[in-house]
Write a protein that binds this ligand. Structure first.
Ligand SMILES: Cc1cc2nc3c(=O)[nH]c(=O)nc-3n(C[C@H](O)[C@H](O)[C@H](O)COP(=O)(O)O)c2cc1C
Length: 327
């Protein structure tokens, strides 16, 4: 059945549903179950630069010799990356669907060398999970954006793998940043990552984690930007993958209508079980039948910014009376 077939990152996917990078994609057992439910591809759990640095520092705290830091760093990195490349190798042996590796980077130093290891282990593509928290008062937006570009350029020089960059919506001009990431060598952007956010327990007087999983209502931000961005980028040179708030078939179809090349799901599997993958795909096929669409190209992007009669709706931000029934 070719009805849902699509191209993403130079790969042919039997459908545009990816299970996104998370604890759902960190073991072979879980990946096999995801494939059984019909997913088009998987993005493996990220290998975190920050985590490896923290683990090495933690090991040093329990070691009397500061000179050991280099050794511990190298050891922790080798151990972690060895586990990761092993996961890629096994995934490639056991799965028929494409396997996208994911690296979390915060700078463009030695770390980018892992892109090559990921390629050699057999990954089909690479997603870079980048978020540089702007917590330094004198660092300008331009400097931070240049750092994103530098990371992508360096990774582009390191590997031939097709590259996607998973970003947050927190840019003053997201479209401009995406254009520059494209220039730096990215073939796709994932809109958007969802981050760990802190909360405060006022009784225990300590910081805790806020809700980790998204809800269906969280689709709003990614839907707006998918609709706008898809009208600015030709999917031949910069594809867009939707992430955040896709919990059912309706939301999945909305993102395709907004112009997504692929749609990633995560919290929905945590909350409803892996079977939600099959339900979303079945819903999408039934909906296409009902509308008389035989391929994704028959409707993808039809509700994007450039394809509707009142595109300004995607630019509205204020709750003026005209746009909202709530007083
Ligand atoms: C428990 C958990 C772990 C995650 N781990 C990663 C990760 O390692 N790398 C990454 O890029 N995104 C990670 N994410 C973000 C998801 O891939 C996804 O982008 C985000 O949850 C929004 O999609 P959703 O609304 O479908 O959950 C994680 C999300 C959750 C809930």
């Amino acid at each position: 059945m070719k009805k849902l077939q699509t191209q993403y990152l130079g790969l042919t996917l039997k459908n545009p549903l990816l299970v996104s990078s998370s604890g759902l994609t960190n073991s072979i057992e879980k990946l096999v179950k995801i494939q059984e439910q019909g997913a088009g591809a998987v993005v493996l759990k990220s290998l975190f630069q920050e985590q490896i640095i923290m683990e090495a520092e933690d090991a040093l705290r329990h070691n009397a010799y500061p000179e050991a830091l280099d050794y511990l760093n190298a050891h922790t990195q080798d151990h972690r990356t060895g586990q990761y490349t092993q996961l890629i190798r096994e995934a490639k042996q056991r799965l028929d669907i494409p396997v996208v590796a994911s690296l979390n980077c915060i700078d463009d130093n030695d770390w980018v060398a892992y892109a090559k290891e990921v390629e050699e282990a057999g990954a089909d593509a690479l997603e870079l999970n980048i978020f540089i928290i702007p917590a330094k008062i004198h660092q300008t937006a331009a400097q931070i954006e240049e750092q994103y570009e530098r990371i992508v350029k360096k990774v582009r020089q390191t590997t031939k793998l097709p590259l996607a960059v998973k970003v947050s919506y927190q840019f003053t001009n997201l479209l401009n940043v995406l254009e520059r990431l494209k220039g730096a060598g990215a073939s796709a952007a994932v809109l958007f990552n969802r981050f760990y956010e802190p909360d405060i327990d006022i009784f225990k007087m300590r910081t805790v984690s806020s809700e980790v999983f998204s809800s269906g209502a969280d689709i709003r931000q990614s839907l707006r930007w998918m609709a706008i961005a898809s009208s600015h980028f030709d999917a031949k040179t910069m594809q867009l993958s939707a992430s955040t708030g896709v919990h059912d078939g309706t939301a999945f179809v909305k993102q395709l209508l907004a112009g997504a090349t692929t749609v990633q799901v995560c919290s929905a599997l945590y909350k409803q079980g892996v079977e939600v993958v099959r339900r979303i795909l079945n819903f999408t096929e039934d909906w296409m039948d009902g509308k008389g669409f035989s391929t994704l190209d028959d409707f993808r992007g039809r509700m994007g910014y450039g394809n509707i009669s009142n595109p300004a709706i995607y630019e509205r931000t204020q709750f003026m009376r005209y746009f909202s029934s709530v007083e």
